[in-house]
Design a protein around this ligand. Structure first.
Ligand code: FPP
Length: 259
């Protein structure tokens, strides 16, 4: 099916507010071509451009990309430095475009542990786009879902946690305000490329009710058409949040009454 036909199938009134993506398969993409792994990461930048542009064009409120996990430090030094270099290159090249498209750039994760040159580029991106009102674009860097929850608990403890406990504790809604994504809607749609069926410590709290869409496509091959496919599949899902299909609710209520 043509990209334009896929686009037409999307119901603009029922878009996911927040799309989160686990970008996977860069290494395999490179291996298939007899190239070093870092060539896969470089090729993955094009897919990043496609999803940022595609999501903003559609009017998605929040896009979160998993670029570097806390565990990725275990990779060879050359791979880690190339990923950081690519991130800097991407921002350097794309920042004005991001800004022109009214996109607000942000990071989530323990970015304070990143190299000063990377932090400088990230801070430039955040401050340049701070007042934009369009799509919020989060890049998860030095990120771990459990670490995020632990960081939230520690922040809570440092912000009068004991007093809060004495007054009955806090709600889930209050707790979410201590996460990196405070104030943002939870992801409705979680996309993972390269066919792997794992969460990989990504947004553990926030994806509680996310719909998961996995494609065999390797990240560097991911294009707007794949984003559209994911959204179309999402719009066909029935989200129940632990409840029942709406048409079943009255039937059961009737049955309950007979008992
Ligand atoms: C997973 O593929 C991909 C990553 C760990 C990094 C993704 C990073 C980029 C695409 C570049 C920088 C990002 C931005 C936002 C500019 P893998 O290496 O685990 O692939 P494999 O499972 O096939 O080995």
């Amino acid at each position: 099916m043509k990209v334009s036909e896929l686009l037409q199938q999307i119901d603009r009134g029922a878009l996911p507010a927040h799309i989160a993506i686990i970008m996977d398969g860069n290494g395999r993409w490179a291996r298939k071509r007899g190239l070093p792994r870092v060539a896969g990461h470089r090729a993955g930048i094009n897919a990043v451009r496609q999803v940022v542009e595609g999501s903003a064009e559609l009017g998605i409120s929040v896009l979160t990309l998993y670029a570097f996990s806390l565990d990725n430090w275990k990779r060879p030094h050359i791979e880690v430095t190339t990923l950081m270099q690519l991130l800097k290159e991407y921002l350097n090249k794309e920042l004005e475009n991001i800004h022109k498209n009214n996109i607000r750039f942000r990071t989530i994760g323990r970015t304070e542990a990143l190299d000063a040159s990377v932090r400088a580029e990230l801070e430039k991106g955040v401050s340049r786009t701070r007042n934009n009102t369009g799509m919020l674009f989060n890049v998860a860097l030095n990120y771990g879902g459990r670490a995020e929850i632990v960081d939230a608990v520690n922040r809570l403890l440092n912000n009068g946690g004991k007093e809060l406990a004495a007054t009955g504790g806090i709600s889930e809604k209050d707790f979410a305000q201590y996460l990196y994504t405070a104030g943002q809607p939870d992801p409705d749609l979680l996309i993972r490329t390269s066919g792997e069926l794992r969460i990989s410590n990504f947004l553990l709290w926030q994806i509680a009710y996310a719909e998961i869409w996995v494609t065999e496509t390797l990240w560097p091959d991911f294009e707007k058409q794949h984003l559209y496919q994911a959204i179309i599949a999402f719009q066909k899902r029935e989200r129940r949040y632990g409840g029942l299909e709406p048409q079943l609710v009255p039937t059961l209520a009737l049955g309950d009454r007979k008992m």
